[in-house]
Design a protein around this ligand. Structure first.
Ligand code: ZN
Length: 307
């Protein structure tokens, strides 16, 4: 079974309530999971996505109230883009005025670029023919205008070749276009999260991780066997070792630093976000992994207030 493309993007935010307001209300994504950072249970981990939290729609955040701002640079994910129907471009130009939205053209299509409240670079890409795709209704944004999952991401790298080789050989992407120093890779047959743009910008300062930065980029593997095969190829063909597999409750993951220094993850499509709460109630209750459940009371007391 082939399942290619982006699984999720994980970024660092500042204030948790402001992050929730921007992504769930302003952008109209569904909060599909409210949990804590498994490695730092004093902080939330928010997952936003479509109605089911499908791979290819999931943007996640570690909101750390006192995180210093990040600095854009080489070796990181620079911009995350979402798909919108072509007819929704005007609606979003107006709705995002306060977030510095600008209209531009890339690879022959209309793109709106803007920043979230922590300075994270985002874009909406207008696409024809996707009006009928299902969309999450947050009660405020008309369904015809709602976001339809990821379009893709762009990585800013010193050199693009070694990263491109991994996209092609391990993750099922192929080079499809070039424009202004950017090489576009696309995963065949994948509508949501099927694009990775590599920007080669030799000589820039390295990025510094912080508020508004992307922490890592995760690619899809259908299941454990598909993930293991990707791990094997990374070692055999690219000389790269991953971490041991980690159980993230909603998927199982391995991590590695790709040659351009971006932290990559491979995450399984299974079991998904309905594994510990009903699909219709996703994101409502604070969910904890089994090893933290005994500490729920103290964890809840220490987390920031959201309402
Ligand atoms: Zn991840």
């Amino acid at each position: 079974m082939t399942r290619n493309g982006i699984h999720h993007v994980t970024a660092i935010a500042g204030n948790a309530r402001r992050n929730l307001d921007f992504y769930a209300r302003t952008l109209g994504l569904r909060l599909v999971k409210k949990t804590v950072n498994f490695d730092d249970p004093g902080a939330y981990h928010f997952y936003y996505g479509d109605a089911e939290g499908s791979p290819g729609t999931i943007l996640t955040f570690f909101p750390w109230e006192h995180a210093a701002p990040g600095r854009a640079g080489v070796g990181e994910l620079q911009e995350t883009s979402f798909r919108i129907p072509q007819g929704a471009v005007g609606y979003w130009m107006q709705r995002l005025t306060a977030f510095g939205v600008e209209r531009t053209q890339r690879f022959g299509g209309t793109v709106l670029t803007f920043r979230d409240p922590d300075g994270m670079r985002l874009a909406l890409v207008g696409l024809p023919g996707i009006e009928a795709e299902p969309a999450w209704d947050n009660g405020e944004i008309p369904g015809e205008f709602a976001l339809r999952g990821f379009h893709g991401v762009s990585l800013m790298l010193d050199k693009t070749e070694a990263t491109g080789a991994i996209l092609s050989d391990v993750f099922g992407f192929a080079e499809v276009a070039r424009e202004d120093g950017t090489v576009r890779f696309q995963a065949a047959g994948t509508a949501m999260g099927g694009i990775v743009d590599l920007r080669g910008v030799g000589g820039f300062l390295p990025a510094r991780l912080g508020r508004g930065s992307v922490h890592h980029l995760a690619f899809r593997a259908a299941d454990d066997a598909a993930e293991a095969e990707m791990v094997r190829k990374l070692a055999a063909n690219h000389g790269l070792r991953t971490t041991e597999q980690k159980d993230r409750n909603y998927f199982r993951s391995v991590y590695f630093r790709e040659p351009g220094h971006v932290l990559f993850e491979i995450a399984t499509d299974i079991p998904g976000f309905a594994v510990d709460e009903p699909a219709e109630k996703l994101g409502e209750a604070l969910k904890l992994p089994a090893f933290l459940e005994a500490h729920r009371e103290s964890i809840e007391a220490a987390l920031p207030v959201l309402a």
